[in-house]
Design a protein around this ligand. Structure first.
Ligand code: AMP
Ligand code: ZN
Length: 424
């Protein structure tokens, strides 16, 4: 769709969703009243910036169903996201919401050229987490042969991969990495498998990690993005050009704002992603602050899609570590670790406070050859990592090189940062 027409569609839908939210949800009625804004004041898509933001605590404060716009009788599905603390975020789907979600997930898979002949091994967790069922619906809609393995049970995953001839793998990038490792251990050459493309999302992963996974699994690794609050996976996804994730803008309006001033930023500028759902019936959200950091691009993509693209997420405003006054994003460290040949791409960052000083410890696994060469080689590798961190990030870290398979493997979202500092 030409962008002009898309804009027309968006403003029409924006007005409708704001009108319905204000009519049916007391919270939105009140915040819009306080702002002095009504649906009819929205003349162009840019007017979205006059609407109030929604943040995670607003959803928590109305736990579980306080922000639902429809009675439970019209809700046919519930999903939830646990997050790190407290009560989960709960969202509902009407029948039409499920239809929308299925559609955007089918588009996601189709962006990677997935069709009815594909065997889709879906290793995202099934349950309250949106990953499993989201992919399941999309793949079924396309007519793929869906194998709902869910996460974990790696031996069985390998068996399915080999015996059912899976051509598509869906899971988190960290689980993809751990499956690659299991394959290697079982002596299975990925080239003998039929895997062709992988849809890896739900957690941050660097471009370097992509190359690593592509090499180890012999697949094209595509990124896709989403969050429970907006719909689950299917908010945006990469096409085979891999120049960012196309946002499904007919359903989700994307903005980038400065995370400090909250002023809208134009395409090309890095900031916090904010989404407004344009068609959600059960749990519409207006200007949801995701905390995820990215950049939007609206120049044409060679694939022909006119949808804006968002760059790979480089971090979250709330996972930025401030270590001795220096802003450190875990993704920066991942990018440089994955480029060190002596190390395996399995790592954990531990932050501690010792004598009022913040200390960063980077624990990373060595590859088996380095371990075989002995302690001096391990120490040399640690030194190399330390120097790179110093050079790129500008901080002195303690680097601990550990033997392969020391660190815990994830089957869903990996936990790679352990912040042991006292909460302020
Ligand atoms: P949840 O609602 O529990 O699935 O978590 C959603 C969050 O996961 C997002 O706000 C992001 O922080 C993260 N996330 C999802 N997809 C990606 C992705 N492709 N890259 C980086 N982070 C992602
Ligand atoms: Zn494209």
């Amino acid at each position: 769709m030409p962008r002009e027409r898309l804009r027309d569609l968006q403003i029409e839908r924006l007005r409708a969703v704001v009108a319905s939210a204000c009519e049916r949800i007391p919270f939105y009625r009140e915040v819009c009243r306080q702002r002095g804004i009504a649906p009819q004041d929205l003349r162009s898509v840019e007017d979205v910036q006059h609407l109030p933001f929604t943040v995670k605590t607003d959803l928590r404060d109305h736990y579980p169903f306080g922000l639902f716009a429809v009675p439970l009788a019209d809700v046919v599905r519930i999903h939830a996201s646990s997050g790190t603390t407290g009560k989960p975020i709960v969202v509902g789907y009407t029948r039409r919401d499920l239809e929308t979600w299925t559609e955007v997930m089918a588009r996601t898979l189709a962006s990677g050229d997935v069709g009815p002949d594909d065997v889709v091994q879906n290793a995202y967790g099934y349950g309250l987490f949106t990953g499993g069922l989201g992919f399941h619906q999309g793949a079924e809609r396309i007519g793929c042969t869906v194998v709902p393995t869910s996460g974990g049970f790696s031996e069985r995953q390998l068996l399915v991969m080999q015996d059912f001839g899976s051509t598509v793998l869906c899971c988190t990038p960290s689980y993809a990495l751990s499956l690659a490792e299991e394959l290697r251990q079982a002596g299975i050459d990925p080239k003998t498998l039929k895997l062709r493309v992988g849809f890896f999302g739900a957690e941050p992963w660097s471009e370097q990690m992509r190359h690593e996974i592509e090499a180890r699994l012999d697949v094209a690794a595509l990124d896709l993005y989403g969050l429970t609050e907006i719909i689950g996976p299917g908010v945006s996804s990469e096409c085979l050009e891999r120049r960012g994730m196309h946002v499904f803008e007919d359903h989700f309006l994307a903005e980038i704002v400065d995370p400090v001033t909250l002023e809208p930023l134009p395409p090309g500028r890095r900031g916090e992603l904010v989404f407004t759902t344009l068609t959600k019936e059960a749990t519409p959200v207006i200007r949801y602050r995701t905390r995820d950091i990215s950049v939007l691009h609206d120049d044409p993509c060679p694939c022909g899609r006119t949808l804006v693209r968002m760059e790979k997420i480089t971090g979250r405003t709330d996972d930025m570590l401030i270590i001795r006054g220096i802003n450190v994003f875990p993704s920066q460290i991942e990018s440089l670790l994955v480029g060190v040949p002596e190390c395996e791409p399995h790592y954990v960052l531990v932050v501690r406070r010792e004598k009022a000083m913040d200390e960063l410890e980077v624990v990373v696994e060595a590859n088996p050859e380095v371990v075989a060469q002995g302690a001096a080689a391990m120490e040399a590798a640690a030194h190399k990592v330390r120097q790179r961190i110093q050079g790129v990030v500008g901080i002195t870290a303690t680097v601990k090189i550990v033997p392969p398979k020391t660190l815990e493997r994830s089957i869903g979202k990996a936990k790679r940062v352990i912040d042991e500092r006292p909460k302020t």
